[in-house]
Design a protein around this ligand. Structure first.
Ligand code: AMP
Length: 446
């Protein structure tokens, strides 16, 4: 099936071609004809599936007919980065349509937004807070709205935006088409969908499974050796650009600095940065100025960097959904990518939860030649991740004698894991059979 089958307006079809899209992705195949029929849609799809074009194309198509110069489509997204990414998709796919799209989010001067709104736009891509400011100030007129898209609804819920969303709903016409996209379907989103969608068609891809093109591996390691192992991994890996996730802003900043010191072109993206610096880090990552970007989940949400070759979870995420979101940044659309996750002994429960969600054990790997037995230097204590639960104290001498025992006492329920809990001397124990001991960097050719 090709895009012609949708019978989109010729100027939109031309932009699709120019963007290099040949075949619609599964979510596009399902969603585009349904949205074109005017139906409400509940879309279950994660980043990387082509979901943005799945709603942007039929929305643009709809707006080709009808009045110009008034807000007729509103997309609400959780983060500024995602809003920018969606806006850029509208610009790319609507290049010849003469339809105008703007972004509306906080942290930047409000006046240009007001001016754009006054001059007349058809598409607004907004984050909830600033949008409510405009509604409160009367600087946006949503009375002609025809289509509402809520993107990454589960993330908006996680970030506490649902009350804002409900407030926004009170200011837009009840008679409208509503499209709700979410990677997961927690009860709160189910309820929201039930409240705001009329006779919706559910379109779904992947069932939160990560993109098939991603190959995942776990790297068991002690907390204090994570940076050293990361440097070793980077040294032996053929990477284009690497997105690294940390659990906190502080760790993102600190790791970014350490990587820079080690000679890498690295930047960190965390909530404390001004909008200008965030944008500079993102632009630098996109154009290759930075090879590595270190970020927290929230800061990295929605980043669309199609060249990402590797995602590294420096810290394991807190939920299996976050794992899928993170690694969805690589292996996007038709590309392949690698996802490395560093795991410590206290992560074993989360590892099992993720594996259960994925329905398969993750491969454990060790890096050949890396000294897993090095004790923790004192100064690293400051950067050590606070354990989630009290850990029994251990003398450094014990660590030297039997590092594996302390590194990774994974015991999984996977069949065939006869060696679990019996680590090899000098190597981390692994679940699911023997670890791959040679880190094969030649799997990805340039
Ligand atoms: P999304 O899931 O919307 O974040 O899109 C992921 C990436 O896939 C983006 O870089 C899009 O430009 C790209 N993409 C979307 N649809 C297609 C398609 N039909 N063919 C190739 N690439 C696509």
């Amino acid at each position: 099936m090709e895009f012609q089958a949708f019978n989109l307006h010729p100027v939109i079809a031309a932009s699709i071609k120019e963007a290099g899209y040949v075949t619609p992705t599964p979510i596009q195949k399902q969603a585009i004809p349904t949205v074109m029929l005017g139906r409400d849609v509940m879309g279950l799809a994660q980043t990387g599936t082509g979901k943005t074009a799945a709603f942007a194309l039929p929305v643009l198509n709809r707006l080709m007919e009808g009045p110009r110069g008034r807000v007729r489509a509103l997309v609400v997204a959780p983060t500024r980065e995602l809003a920018e990414q969606i806006h850029e998709s509208f610009i790319t796919l609507g290049k010849q349509t003469k339809l105008k799209s703007i972004t509306v989010y906080g942290g930047v001067n409000v006046n240009p937004q007001i001016q754009s709104l006054r001059s007349g736009v058809e598409i607004v891509v907004a984050c909830p807070g600033r949008l409510l400011d405009h509604i409160g100030q009367g600087t946006i007129d949503l009375s002609h709205l025809e289509v509402l898209v809520l993107d990454e609804a589960d993330q908006m819920f996680d970030m506490g935006f649902l009350p804002d969303i409900r407030r926004i709903l009170g200011h837009i016409p009840a008679k409208r088409q509503t499209l709700l996209f979410s990677a997961t379907m927690p009860p709160s989103i189910n309820k929201l969908a039930h409240d705001i969608l009329t006779d919706p068609v559910t379109v779904q891809v992947g069932n939160t499974a990560p993109p098939v093109t991603v190959s995942h591996a776990l790297y068991p390691v002690e907390q204090h050796l994570k940076t050293a192992l990361l440097l070793e991994l980077l040294k032996h890996t053929d990477t284009d650009s690497v997105l690294i996730f940390t659990r906190t802003k502080h760790r993102a900043k600190r790791l970014g600095e350490q990587l820079e010191k080690a000679g890498y072109k690295a930047a960190s993206l965390q909530g404390n940065l001004s909008q200008n610096r965030r944008q500079a880090a993102l632009d630098g990552f996109r154009d290759g100025t930075y090879q590595i970007l270190v970020a927290t989940d929230i800061a990295a949400r929605g980043i669309d960097v199609s060249q990402i070759s590797h995602v590294v979870n420096y810290d394991i995420p807190d939920t299996p959904e976050a794992y899928v979101h993170r690694i969805g940044r690589t292996g996007r659309a038709a590309k392949s990518g690698d996802a490395f996750t560093m795991v410590c002994s206290e992560d074993s429960l989360m590892v099992r939860t993720i594996e259960k969600k994925l329905g398969a054990p993750l491969e454990r790997r060790t890096v050949d030649g890396f000294d897993y037995t090095l004790p923790a230097p004192r100064k690293d204590a400051e950067f050590a991740r606070p354990p989630r639960e009290p850990r029994t104290s251990r003398k450094p001498a014990d660590a030297k004698k039997s590092p594996g025992a302390s590194i990774n006492p994974f015991k999984t329920d996977h069949p065939g894991n006869k060696s679990a809990g019996r680590p090899q001397q000098g190597r981390p124990a692994v679940a699911g059979g023997a670890p791959k001991t040679v880190f094969n960097s030649s799997r990805r050719g340039k």
